[in-house]
Design a protein around this ligand. Structure first.
Ligand SMILES: [Zn+2]
Length: 88
């Protein structure tokens, strides 16, 4: 094995360890971001609808109110709904 190849393997191994070390950090960051997003969806379930003013009256997403339920809140509603059904 040449010195160059050995260095490359060593560098790859170090880089691999670096990536493996990043996994818990990435998972933690993802959990934080998801929790933050779901909390926001819980506290502020509506977001503004981006329909054009001309078609507001027949907007199917918001029924012309300009307020649209967030995708995350729809998910929460779906989950809580399923849970309530399960307990009934
Ligand atoms: Zn709309």
């Amino acid at each position: 094995m040449s010195t160059f190849a050995a260095t490359t393997v060593l560098a790859a191994a170090t880089y691999g360890d670096f990536l493996v070390g990043l996994v818990p950090v990435a998972v933690f960051a993802l959990v934080i971001v998801t929790a933050g997003y779901l909390t926001r969806c819980w506290l502020f379930p509506f977001t503004t609808c981006h329909h054009s003013d001309r078609y507001a009256w027949r907007c199917r997403r918001c029924q012309g109110t300009g307020l649209r339920l967030r995708a995350g809140r729809r998910l929460i509603n779906h989950l809580t709904d399923a849970r309530h059904r399960y307990h009934r």
